[in-house]
Design a protein around this ligand. Structure first.
Ligand SMILES: *[C@@H]1O[C@H](CO)[C@@H](O)[C@H](O)[C@H]1NC(C)=O
Ligand SMILES: *[C@@H]1O[C@H](CO)[C@@H](O)[C@H](O)[C@H]1NC(C)=O
Ligand SMILES: *[C@@H]1O[C@H](CO)[C@@H](O)[C@H](O)[C@H]1NC(C)=O
Ligand SMILES: *[C@@H]1O[C@H](CO)[C@@H](O)[C@H](O)[C@H]1NC(C)=O
Ligand SMILES: *[C@@H]1O[C@H](CO)[C@@H](O)[C@H](O)[C@H]1NC(C)=O
Ligand SMILES: *[C@@H]1O[C@H](CO)[C@@H](O)[C@H](O)[C@H]1NC(C)=O
Ligand SMILES: *[C@@H]1O[C@H](CO)[C@@H](O)[C@H](O)[C@H]1NC(C)=O
Length: 402
C-alpha cells in the first residue's frame, strides 16, 4: 500500500515537450462524443410501501440512445449506470420485490435487449485515521473504527432536487452516533446530470459531456480528532473476473485545476463502455483553489467477494447474484500539507459515463502561451535573417558607393 502523497500527482515539473507535441498532434475531435445533447429528466421514484426510500432516476435521452442513472441510499449509497440503444427505454421498479430479502428483478430497464452496457458503483465504507503520529507501519496514522455507509441515514432526496441544475444531494450521517461526531457534520453525495458538454465553475472543473454525470462527495464538520485523514472505499461491478486497471492521462492544462497535470480514469473494459474519470485532487475548502488542493490517491483495484462488502439492494435487484466485484480506496490528503483539519471540510469530484471519456482540449490561455512559444522563435529567426540580409546589403551598397 503506497502512502498518500507519494505519487507525482502534483505538477512540480511542468508538461514535457513530447507531451506538448503529442497533444498537438492528437487533439481528440469533439465528434468522438456519443450524443452532443440529451433530454435529461430527474425523477424521485415514489412508493407507498413501508418506510421512505430514496430512489432517484436520472434519464438522459438522445436521438439513438438513453442513459439511465439510478442513485439510491437504500443500503450503502450506490448508482446503477445503464445505457440502451433506443431513445425510448424505460426503468421499471417493482417495490415489493426491491424491498424484499430477495430483490432480484426489482429493477428492470425495458426493452431488455436494448441494453448495451450496465454496471454499478457502491460506496461502502469511510475510514478515518489520526495522522498526528505517523509510523512506517501506519503511514496515515492510527485508524479509527470505520463507518459503514450502509448504516447511515439520509435526507429526503426530494427536498434537494433541482431541475434547473439537474442535480440532487444525498446528505447523510451515521444512524448510531454515540460520541456525536456527526452532530454538526454530514457526508454528502451531490449528483448532477448534463444535457450538453461544458465545464462547471467549481474546481476541479472536469470537462463533462451529455454522456456523463458528475458526483461530488463532500465531508463537512465531522471528525474524531485534530488531524484526521479520510479514505473512501468504492466497489464496482466488474465485467469480467479480472479487475480493470486505473489509467493515468496526462494533461498539460493547468488552467482549470491548478497545478494538476493528471486525469485518472477507470474503463470497465478497453472497448469504450463505461468509465469513471477524476483529477487526483481533493479540496479542503469549499472554494477549491491551489492553497486548499490536496492529493487524492487511488489504490489499485482488487477483486473482492460479495459477502465481504455491504450489499446494495439496487445492484442485486438489477444484476441478481453477480459476483465480479472489484474494490479500491481513495485517500484524501496526506499527513502534511492542507488537510481536512483546516476547515473540517473535504470534497472530491468524479465523472461517470459511457463511451469515450472526455478529453481536455487546450484552453485558450494555454493555446495563447503555445502560440507565443512556437511563433516567437520563428519571428526571431526571420528577424535575424532580415538583419543579416540588410546588413550584407548595406555593406554591399557601402562598397559600391565607395
Ligand atoms: C420526501 O418528501 C416527499 C414530499 O415532499 C414525500 O412524498 C416522500 O415520501 C418523502 N420521501 C422520503 C424518502 O422521505
Ligand atoms: C442515429 O441513427 C441514425 C440512423 O440509424 C444515424 O443516421 C445517425 O447518425 C445516428 N445518430 C447518432 C448521434 O448516432
Ligand atoms: C412485483 O413482483 C411480485 C413478485 O414477483 C409480483 O407478484 C407482482 O405482481 C409485481 N408487481 C408488479 C406491479 O409488477
Ligand atoms: C507514536 O507512536 C509510537 C508507536 O506507537 C509511540 O511509541 C510514540 O510514543 C507515539 N508518539 C506520540 C507523540 O504519541
Ligand atoms: C455543534 O454546533 C453548535 C453550535 O454551533 C456548538 O455549540 C456545538 O458545540 C457543536 N457540536 C459539535 C459536536 O461540534
Ligand atoms: C486537539 O487539540 C487541542 C489543542 O491543541 C488539544 O487540547 C486536544 O486534546 C486535541 N484533541 C485531540 C482529540 O487530539
Ligand atoms: C481500504 O482501506 C481499508 C483501511 O485501510 C482497508 O481495510 C481495506 O481493505 C481497503 N480496501 C481496499 C479495496 O483496498
Amino acid at each position: 500500500m503506497k502512502g498518500g502523497g507519494e505519487r507525482c500527482w502534483w505538477g512540480r515539473r511542468g508538461p514535457s515537450p513530447e507531451l506538448l507535441l503529442n497533444l498537438l498532434l492528437c487533439l481528440a475531435p469533439l465528434g468522438l462524443l456519443g450524443e452532443e445533447t440529451r433530454q435529461v429528466s430527474l425523477e424521485v421514484v415514489p412508493h407507498s410501501l413501508g418506510p421512505p426510500v430514496n430512489l432517484l432516476h436520472v434519464r438522459a435521452a438522445g436521438t439513438n440512445s438513453t442513459l439511465h442513472y439510478v442513485w439510491s441510499s437504500l443500503g450503502p449509497p450506490a448508482v446503477l449506470l445503464v445505457a440502451t440503444n433506443t431513445p425510448h427505454s424505460t426503468l421499471m421498479v417493482n417495490w415489493s420485490t426491491l424491498l424484499s430479502p430477495e430483490p432480484q428483478g426489482g429493477l428492470l430497464v425495458l426493452p431488455k435487449d436494448s441494453v448495451q452496457f450496465a454496471s454499478a458503483l457502491v460506496f461502502t465504507r469511510l475510514f478515518e485515521f489520526d495522522s498526528t503520529n505517523i509510523t512506517t507501519s501506519e503511514p496515515l496514522g492510527k485508524p479509527y473504527s470505520p463507518y459503514s455507509l450502509a448504516e447511515f441515514s439520509w435526507n429526503n432526496i426530494s427536498d434537494s432536487l433541482d431541475p434547473a441544475t439537474l442535480s440532487a444531494t444525498f446528505r447523510g450521517h451515521p444512524t448510531k452516533d454515540p460520541s456525536r461526531t456527526f452532530a454538526n457534520g454530514s457526508l454528502t453525495f451531490r449528483v448532477q446530470a448534463f444535457s450538453r458538454s461544458g465545464r462547471p465553475a467549481q474546481p476541479p472543473r472536469l470537462l463533462h459531456t451529455a454522456d456523463t454525470s458528475q458526483l461530488q462527495v463532500a465531508l463537512a464538520g465531522a471528525s474524531r480528532g485534530n488531524r484526521s485523514l479520510f479514505r473512501l472505499e468504492v466497489v464496482m461491478l466488474g465485467q469480467s473476473p479480472s479487475c480493470p486497471s486505473m489509467q493515468e492521462q496526462h494533461s498539460i492544462d493547468d488552467e482549470y485545476a491548478p497545478a494538476v497535470f493528471q486525469l485518472d480514469q477507470l474503463l470497465w473494459d478497453p472497448h469504450s463502455s463505461g468509465f469513471m474519470q477524476w483529477r487526483p485532487v481533493a479540496f479542503s475548502q469549499q472554494q477549491g483553489n491551489r492553497e486548499s488542493a490536496m492529493p487524492c490517491h487511488a489504490s489499485a483495484l482488487e477483486p473482492t467477494l460479495p459477502y465481504l462488502v455491504p450489499q446494495s439492494p439496487i445492484v442485486r435487484a438489477f444484476f441478481g447474484t453477480q459476483n465480479n466485484f472489484c474494490a479500491f480506496n481513495l485517500t484524501f490528503g496526506a499527513p502534511t500539507g492542507p488537510g481536512y483539519w483546516d476547515q473540517q471540510y473535504l470534497s472530491w469530484s468524479m465523472l461517470l459515463g459511457v463511451g469515450t471519456p472526455p478529453v481536455d482540449a487546450l484552453s485558450p490561455l494555454i493555446l495563447g502561451i503555445m502560440a507565443v512559444a512556437l511563433v516567437a522563435p520563428g519571428l526571431m529567426l526571420l528577424g535575424g535573417g532580415m538583419f543579416l540580409l540588410l546588413g550584407r546589403k548595406q555593406h554591399l551598397e557601402y562598397q559600391s558607393i565607395n
